[in-house]
Design a protein around this ligand. Structure first.
Ligand code: FAD
Ligand code: NAP
Length: 363
């Protein structure tokens, strides 16, 4: 009896529509949930899993778009738990299971007065996905607090621990986006947070402005998170009300020379210095192309934020992709710049290259 249930889990095609926040119609051959490390081990040792390919680990699907059916197994990571590993007057190290909600963790840390992730409030998704794109907002990145990341190999079942340096964090990137680590699943992360001598980061103008009424000794993690939440709610659509996957493209980084040329045409172009050049706002570029709030056949950009692609309902992957290409082509034509995908798009089980270098889909 038990075996029959198990094999049904692997064979039943399941809708993915409610498992990615863009909510395009798509199915997986099978959908399974990992709620404990026993579930993980059972899956990895199952002959059916070993024989099947491909497979994909998913948190809340807030940075993933399924453009069509996924021919394989989708695993929902629902591993829970949070443990204090070390605590001094100065700092705390937390070990957090990968399936915990990131935002809930931020709010808990505020309650416990552990600081370091308060600027990252209201980012949807799981703790286990945070290292993958090194989530960031308002001048803080996951890498700023990451002590280590534990992964399990889906080939051997072996668990390894990667230090912060080994994760090779960069701007919205990490080693977990590299091919070498594609068969590893993050099972937990360790965070190093401050218990005192808090170092609030108000480098982003809207956040600084929202907290102007407070002296620095009056600030708390909770106050900062509440300000971040208010700003985000005023600008970003709630994916449950209007399907979206946050910022669809990365902010491009260009050379100083190229920036100088662009500033001659538009002196108000926002730009921010980076170690490898100047970062532009992709939202500004898309807006300048007249695409803010535009939509075609149920896919568009959000009326208050041009970088957020929204699905008004009833679109499919092909219509969706058409709109993505329209944005990319408009920015290319106007600014001579190729926008890279930040969101991870899957076409028949394959990750679409962020540079969209192929003629995929309309070839
Ligand atoms: P998923 O979308 O399920 O997965 C993302 C990728 O990580 C997939 O490739 C998946 O295979 C892989 N993955 C997931 N879990 C694991 C695991 N345990 N082990 C290995 N690989 C794994 N991002 C930011 O950086 N900053 C923001 O401010 C921000 N704001 C957002 C606002 C909105 C409204 C939305 C919808 C999204 C936003 N995002 C932001 C993007 C997204 O929330 C983050 O990337 C988040 O970390 C994704 O978490 P998830 O659990 O939904 O991951
Ligand atoms: P914004 O304030 O309109 O600014 C536009 C862009 O300019 C941002 O993307 C940001 O880059 C950059 N920027 C602004 N001030 C900066 C500064 N002081 N130093 C360096 N760069 C600066 O941004 P927004 O779109 O409302 O987003 C606010 C924050 O939330 C940003 O950090 C953004 O990344 C994050 N966010 C991310 C997502 C996502 O899905 N990834 C979705 C919504 C919001 P950075 O993006 O590099 O910070």
């Amino acid at each position: 009896m038990k075996q029959v249930t198990h094999s049904r889990k692997f064979f039943m095609p399941s809708s993915l529509q409610n498992h990615h926040s863009m909510q395009l119609p798509a199915k997986a051959d099978a959908l399974i949930k990992w709620r404990s490390m026993d579930d993980v081990k059972n899956t990895l040792s199952s002959d059916k899993f070993k024989a099947d390919s491909p497979y994909l680990i998913l948190g809340e699907g807030s940075n993933v778009v399924f453009l069509n059916d996924f021919p394989g197994t989708v695993i929902l990571n629902q591993l829970k738990g949070c443990e204090v590993i070390e605590k001094t007057n100065d700092h705390v190290i937390l070990d957090v299971a990968a399936g915990q909600s990131w935002h809930e963790l931020v709010m808990r840390c505020n309650e416990w007065t552990y600081s370091g992730i308060e600027n990252l409030a209201l980012i949807p998704g799981t703790v286990g996905a945070a290292p993958v794109q090194n989530i960031g907002a308002y001048g803080t990145e996951f890498s700023n607090v990451c002590e280590s990341v534990s992964v399990i190999s889906c080939q051997t079942g072996e668990v390894s621990v990667l230090s912060n340096a080994e994760c090779e964090f960069g701007y919205r990137s990490s080693c977990f986006k590299q091919d070498k680590w594609k068969d590893y699943v993050i099972v937990s992360v360790r965070l190093r947070l401050r218990c005192q001598n808090h170092q609030w980061n108000l480098s982003y103008e809207p956040l600084k402005k929202a907290l102007l009424a407070y002296r620095s000794d009056q600030l708390t993690g909770d106050l900062i998170s509440q300000a971040v939440i208010a700003i985000r709610q005023s600008r970003l659509p709630d994916p449950k009300a209007l399907p979206n996957a946050g910022s669809f493209f990365k902010n491009p980084v260009i050379s100083d020379e190229r920036l100088a040329e662009l500033l001659k045409e538009d002196s108000s172009l926002p730009h921010y210095p980076q170690p490898n050049g100047e970062k532009l706002s992709a939202a500004y570029l898309i807006q300048a192309c007249g695409l803010k709030g535009q939509s075609d056949n149920g896919v568009g950009t959000f009326s208050k934020h041009a970088l957020v692609v929204v699905h008004h309902g009833d679109a499919d992957g092909q219509v969706f992709w058409h709109f993505i290409q329209k944005i990319r082509q408009s920015v290319q034509k106007r600014f001579g710049m190729s926008l890279e995908l930040e969101v991870r798009c899957y076409d028949q089980g394959n990750l679409v290259s962020p540079s969209c270098a192929t003629d995929w889909y309309f070839a």
